[in-house]
Design a protein around this ligand. Sequence first.
Ligand SMILES: [Zn+2]
Length: 166
Amino acid sequence: MDNLWAPWRLQYVESIDQDEGCFFCHHSISKNDKKNLLLHRGKHTFCVMNLFPYSNGHVMIVPYKHVGSLDGLKESELADMMVTTRKMKRLLKKTLKADGFNIGMNIGRVAGAGVEHHVHMHIVPRWSGDTNFMPVLGNTKVIPEAIQTTYSKLKKVHDSESKKRK
Ligand SMILES: [Zn+2]
């Protein structure tokens, strides 16, 4: 994987304070899904957008259970995580027309986990030529607005597809 240049992530890395409580757990019980950029609530996992993304549409699949390792999850919870990953990948493909994806987990601080006590799966959409394109977007002031716009787009498609299935 070519490294994306994402300087706004510095702010994130500097802002991590493990004593402040777990923001995944906070998001899972909060009612303010729009503010928290929460896209989907499934049976065992939910999906939230990354406020300090590697690319536009960077989302995370998170179990409701606060565990730092895959060993703490039951098979049904692991399966739900993977099914939700597929669902969100399809949503990103359809809505943002992504050409490809990086999907994976960072387990432990040494591997780059930002929130090391609550395991989560990353989906980073990629577009042809995005490693050249990303530096142009590397402005911390632009990103939060872009995220809200992307969130609204994704949420709209997600909700209409959920309704169709019922
Ligand atoms: Zn947690």
